[in-house]
Design a protein around this ligand. Structure first.
Ligand SMILES: Nc1nc2c(ncn2[C@@H]2O[C@H](COP(=O)(O)OP(=O)(O)OP(=O)(O)O)[C@@H](O)[C@H]2O)c(=O)[nH]1
Length: 335
C-alpha cells in the first residue's frame, strides 16, 4: 500500500481479478505473487467445480490462499466471501483464536463464469465490509484468441469487459496485429473508460493494476443503474463441470487421444479443461491446460514425499456427456 493510500484511507484495498475461463487470471496471479513489489497480498480464489485445481497451480500456495469452491462467487458463495473478509481482518489484527496473517492488500480471483458486478457490490452494500475494505479496481483479463467467441456467446464475458477498470488483452502472441486491433476496438466500444494493455503471459507492470484507485462507483452506476440493488443474476444453466480423480498412474497419450476425439466435434462448447496429473513413469506432476481446441501438458515440480501422487482433472463446458467422459477417463489408467 502506498503512503498516500494509508493516509487518505485506512481501509485495505481490494482488487477483483476477472476474465473468462482460461484467459490468464492464474498466470497473472502468479506474476503478481512473484513480482518484487514488497507488498503482502492475501489472495481469495473462487473456482467453478467441486475441487480447486488453481490453488495447486499458484506459486507459494501454502499460506496466503483462501479457497472458495462450492459455487460461483457472485451468487451462492457471496456469504462465504463476506465471512472470509471478516476472518482475514481478525487474523490481521491477531485476534484471539486466529492465526496472525500479515497483508496490506487483498486480491480476489473470480471464476471465469462470474459476473464481477455482484462481487463488487459486496464492498458497498455490506456495511462491515465497506468499513474495512475499499475496492481499488476490477482487472479483467481477456483471451485475445477466444474473446470474440466468448463475447458473442455470453452475458458473463460481456459483463466482465463492461465492468473492468483495467483490461489486459492477453495472449497477444496468438493473434495477428489486425485481429488484436479489431478486438481492441470492440473492447473500447463496450467500455471506453477502461485502460487497455496488451500482454503476453499476463506480464504487466504491477503498478498498472494494484493501488490505482480506479474503481468509480458513479461510473459503474451509469453502466448499470441497478448495481447496488441487484440481488442475483442469471448464469448460463447449460454450463456444467465434471471432475475426475484417480490415484493409479495414467497414460498421457490415451488422454490426449480421447480429448482430441471429443474436441473435434465439441471444441466450441468445451470452454476449459485442466488438471494436475500423475503419469506413469514421470516423477513430476504433469500440468494439463486446455481451452477449446488448444491444449498443452508439461511437467512441473516433483511429487513431494508427503503427497500421494494422484490425478485431478476438471472439464467445464456445455453438453458434456458425463458417462462417456467417465468411461474414457477410466480407460486412461496406464497398463
Ligand atoms: N500462448 C499464450 N498462452 C497463455 C498466455 N497467458 C496464459 N496462457 C496459457 O493459458 C492457459 C490458461 O491460463 P490461466 O492463467 O490458467 O487462465 P485462467 O484465466 O486462470 O483460467 P481459469 O481459472 O480456468 O478460468 C495456461 O496454459 C497458460 O499458460 C499468453 O499470453 N499466451
Amino acid at each position: 500500500m502506498s503512503k498516500i493510500d494509508q493516509v487518505s484511507d485506512p481501509r485495505i484495498p481490494v482488487t477483483i481479478l476477472t476474465g473468462f475461463l482460461g484467459a490468464g487470471k492464474t498466470t497473472l496471479l502468479n506474476h503478481v505473487l512473484t513480482a518484487n513489489h514488497g507488498q503482502k497480498i492475501a489472495v481469495i480464489v473462487n473456482e467453478f467445480g467441486e475441487v480447486g485445481i488453481d490453488n495447486q497451480l499458484v506459486v507459494g500456495a501454502d499460506e496466503e490462499i483462501f479457497e472458495m469452491n462450492n459455487g460461483c462467487i457472485c451468487c451462492t458463495v457471496r456469504g462465504d466471501l463476506i465471512r472470509i473478509l471478516g476472518d482475514l481482518m481478525f487474523a490481521k489484527e491477531g485476534a484471539a483464536g486466529s492465526k496472525k496473517v500479515e497483508f496490506d492488500r487483498v486480491l480476489i480471483e473470480t471464476t471465469g463464469l462470474a459476473d464481477p458486478a455482484p462481487v463488487a457490490q459486496t464492498f458497498f452494500v455490506d456495511e462491515e465490509v465497506a468499513n474495512l475494505y475499499k475496492l481499488d479496481a476490477i482487472v479483467t483479463v481477456v483471451d485475445a484468441k477466444h474473446a470474440g467467441q466468448h463475447l458473442d456467446d455470453g452475458h458473463e464475458a460481456q459483463e466482465q469487459v463492461a465492468f473492468a477498470d483495467v483490461l489486459l488483452l492477453n495472449k497477444i502472441d496468438l493473434v495477428s496485429e489486425e485481429d488484436a486491433a479489431k478486438l481492441e476496438l470492440r473492447l473500447k466500444s463496450m467500455n471506453g473508460a477502461a485502460k487497455i494493455y496488451r500482454t503476453q503471459q499476463s506480464q504487466i507492470d504491477i503498478n498498472h493494476i494494484l493501488g490505482i484507485g480506479a474503481f468509480d462507483l458513479e461510473k459503474k452506476l451509469e453502466i448499470d443503474p441497478g448495481f447496488l440493488e441487484e440481488e442475483a443474476h442469471e448464469h448460463d444453466d447449460e454450463v456444467a463441470s465434471l471432475f475426475f480423480r484417480e490415484e493409479r498412474p495414467l497414460d498421457l497419450r490415451k488422454m490426449e487421444r480421447f480429448l482430441q476425439v471429443w474436441l473435434s466435434e465439441h471444441g466450441t462448447d468445451t470452454f476449459r479443461y485442466k488438471g494436475v496429473l500423475h503419469i506413469k513413469g514421470v516423477k513430476q506432476r504433469v500440468i494439463f491446460q486446455g481451452i477449446h481446441m488448444l491444449f498443452t501438458s508439461a511437467p512441473d515440480r516433483e511429487w513431494k514425499a508427503t503427497e500421494t501422487p494422484h490425478s485431478e482433472f476438471v472439464i467445464i463446458g456445455r453438453n458434456l456427456d458425463e458417462a462417456w467422459f467417465r468411461e474414457q477417463f477410466a480407460a486412461c489408467v496406464a497398463d
